[in-house]
Design a protein around this ligand. Sequence first.
Ligand code: SF4
Length: 342
Amino acid sequence: MSQTLHEADYYEILDEDNQVIQCKLCPIECTLLREETGKCLARKNIDGKLYSLTYGATDMKIDMIEKQHVYHFLPNSRAQTFSTYNCNLDCDYCTMPDKAFSDPEKYMGKKLAPDQVAMFGMASGSKVICFGEAEPLISFEWFRDSAKLAKDRGLKILLRTNGYFNKEPVEEILEYVDAVTIDIKSISDKGYESNCRRGNFGQIKSIIKLIHEKEKLLELNLVIHEKLGNGVEEARKLADWIKTELSPSVPLHLARLLPAHRLKELSPTSIVLLEESFKAAKDAGLHFVYLDNVPDHDSNNTYCPNCNELLIKRSSTVTELRRISLTGNCNKCETQLNIIFK
Ligand code: SF4
């Protein structure tokens, strides 16, 4: 696939004579000797320069935006979704290990240039393009180039990421992004280490704060399961942090863990633990808490935090806008909600 190699941004030359370089895209900051690839397997030192091996590697589909666990950005819209390859984390419960740990040098699938991404987005009639699965920021240059062109053509951009990236590249891409959802794996560094081999919640919190400061629509997601050390107490602590450091109106999704990858034998998270975690996050003062991967549960719906009116009803197949205006206000008490319709 040499014809598709694309020189990467965000790296430093450590030793020109010996062609040693360091990738600066994510906090792992891999030091790479000649011909070495980083931990994500997607960025390689070729003759002393860093190359992205996944530029343009993607699969696409059209889904309702709610399928991306995003409830406050263009509800009930169709989203043209581009999934990417490879990841900088190595989570035990990864739902797409074939993509997340692929060898890009053996990739035989479709590659799309940024202008084709914009074209497919427009042709699909979707208002929004979503980049998610496995980790879109690993294909940083392709993501940025595609998002920029799509945005120029009037499309909205949603990014679904693990958030474990350095500040400078994230600041750059936020220029082209309208909404971000972050999948949090743990609220402790120990949890990241044991569940995903890498990651650092302090670093991820600083990225979350940056996104919030840039006034992008932000939704957060924490997967709940005893095995991961994520339960009622962790939901409460995360909710406290969101309320104090961000805003009580930032939506928090608590996701049911479904057996996958190295945790195939595990039982899914119990509904009791999910409901108790939901209550703890609500009691901490968050306005919008949702349970994910629990279809048709009342916690999928959006209620007005002021008058408790049902605003948006979600089932596994349909999203119904009830008493909410397209300016994002409750139709009963007029409260302005953190929900974007255009
Ligand atoms: S993006 Fe990949 S190559 Fe770069 S530092 Fe992170 S894991 Fe290493």
